[in-house]
Design a protein around this ligand. Structure first.
Ligand SMILES: *Cc1c(COP(=O)(O)O)cnc(C)c1O
Length: 502
């Protein structure tokens, strides 16, 4: 099976190439040319498999230029019991709010307590195997600019992975104390972390510049190294996310909550549109999903898009308590448009060009109709997010993080508006302990909050008795390894210095 660019159908590559390159030369995103189709018997067969076996089947059906052994090696190294705390990395908790049932799919039991681990624990294995096929013997240098979660998840994923080096830049004053601590104490022999004097955009621009500076590229080439990318438009980050929707469906059947063949709805707290798109791919493969409920925070560009067919990023940017969804350009929507446009690359290109030049585009009537048939968009403001955390905790003793709470709130809105009580899988994307201040402040009076992030973790545990993820609990005893700060203009020298390349 091959992949082509969303904006140029003639740009066709193998999966190893799609993963190595990350993004197509023409600026488009790689999409599979066919979708594997699963029958009821295929799902039936998956019922008796564990997570890793299901992952091997699904991933193997997409990475057809990998051998079965290679796929198995990727999966077995990524989703270990040691890293995810259990044999099933994505457990389901069934709970209830205001009489509405929901099955919460916890995607944050990995090493960094955010759902990005589900993709970033396996991407390094995809990438090193892809590079071995295409660029044998080269060392991959992964550069990441992060506003918090992605940097840490990428560091944990790539640490001590042979044939790779990873360097993460983050804005000196732009990440939470917990996130900073997570990165500054990172272990591993091939990792480096550096703060920059600037904001997230400066970090991102700096990284892009390093990628495209010819003199830097030449020096790398001369030393048998090449730059690669771990950001969320890489197909290698989307593919592992398809697995947990199919696996969760099987788990619901096995637990007797649904019968094989029953329809479900999914609810996803959405930023870059990667997670919800993965569930859409699962449906295209045959998983009976009726509605996709797309939940946003105050940055509700997707809510408006789903209602009107007009995508318009010319609006105020809000900094919220669900920061991983503070985003106005949802990159992976481009793949959705490609599917809805039946592979019309020129149409996709025209929308993306309009987005670049005007910051907005309007899809045609055909796409609008498909969008409203399958998607429901809703959003939730700050106060409602906190109220939802409180209500869910008080009614069901379920402690949710801010992002998950946005999804719960929007799902309630959906049920109120439609009366649709189809069984639901609701994606939970982070541990509540990653956002202790906002979560604790939702369930006890804000005035009583203590100062430091770690004190708040302890306090939240005292109040709720909900277990603190081990990696977060152990952070305060970890040694700070990285405390360097660099000016944006010095980033290229910094990278060459770390790599020992003159
Ligand atoms: C990245 C992230 C999201 C958004 O996921 P997308 O795939 O970008 O839509 C939601 N919640 C958390 C906690 C995240 O880290």
């Amino acid at each position: 099976m091959n992949y082509n660019s969303t904006t140029d159908k003639n740009n066709v590559v193998s999966s190893a190439q799609a993963i190595s390159q990350g993004i197509a030369e023409d600026g488009g995103l790689f999409v599979p040319q066919e979708i594997p189709q699963y029958s009821k018997a295929d799902f039936q067969a998956m019922l008796s498999m564990d997570y890793r076996e299901r992952a091997k089947k699904i991933i193997g059906d997409y990475l057809t230029d990998f051998t079965a052994e290679e796929v198995a090696d990727c999966v077995d190294n990524a989703y270990t019991e040691e890293k995810f705390g259990s044999d099933n990395p994505t457990p389901i908790v069934s709970t209830k709010l205001n009489g509405v049932d929901m099955n919460i799919l916890e995607l944050w039991h990995g090493p960094t307590s955010a759902f990005k681990d589900m993709a970033l624990q396996i991407l390094p294995y995809f990438l090193t195997k892809s590079l071995a096929k295409k660029y044998k013997g080269k060392e991959a240098v992964i550069l990441v600019a992060t506003s918090g979660d992605t940097g840490k998840a990428a560091l944990e994923g790539f640490k001590d992975v042979e044939g790779t080096k990873i360097i993460v830049f983050y804005p000196q004053n732009g990440v939470s104390p917990m996130q900073k601590c997570q990165m500054a104490t990172q272990e591993g022999s091939n990792v480096d972390v550096c703060a920059i004097e600037g904001n997230f955009d400066d970090a991102q621009t700096g990284v892009k510049k390093i990628f495209t500076t010819p003199s830097v590229k030449e020096k790398l080439q001369a030393n048998n190294k090449l730059f690669s990318s771990a950001n969320s438009i890489n197909w290698g980050r989307l593919l592992p996310q398809i697995v947990y929707y199919i696996s969760a469906y099987c788990d619901l059947v096995n637990s007797g909550r649904i019968v094989l063949g029953d329809e479900i709805n999914v609810v996803v707290p959405t930023g870059n549109f990667g997670n919800i798109l993965a569930s859409y791919y699962a449906m295209l493969m045959g998983l009976p999903i009726k509605k996709f409920i797309c939940a946003s925070n105050a940055n509700n560009v997707l809510t408006d898009f789903i209602k009107t067919g007009i995508y318009n990023k010319n609006r105020t940017f809000y900094t919220t308590i669900s920061p991983s969804m503070d985003i106005l350009v949802s990159s992976n929507l481009e793949r959705m448009l490609y599917i809805f446009a039946d592979g019309d690359d020129k149409k996709v290109k025209s929308y993306m060009t309009a987005l670049k030049t005007d910051g907005a585009y309007e899809v045609d009537e055909d796409i609008k109709a498909k969008l409203t048939e399958k998607f429901f968009g809703g959003y939730c403001d700050e106060q409602s997010t906190k109220d939802t955390i409180k209500a869910l905790y008080e009614q069901s003793k379920y402690l949710s993080d801010t992002h998950t709470a946005v999804a719960v709130n929007v799902y309630e809105q959906y049920v109120m508006q439609t009366g649709d009580r189809t069984p639901v899988i609701l994606a939970s994307t982070a541990s509540p302990y990653k956002f202790s201040k906002s979560v604790l402040g939702s369930i006890i009076p804000e005035e009583s909050l203590c100062e430091s992030e770690f004190d708040m973790v302890d306090r939240m545990y005292e109040v709720t008795g909900v277990a603190v993820p081990q990696p977060l609990a152990q952070l305060k005893n970890k040694k700070v390894r990285f405390d360097k700060v660099t000016a944006v203009k010095d980033m290229p020298e910094y990278v060459l210095g770390v790599l020992g390349v003159e």
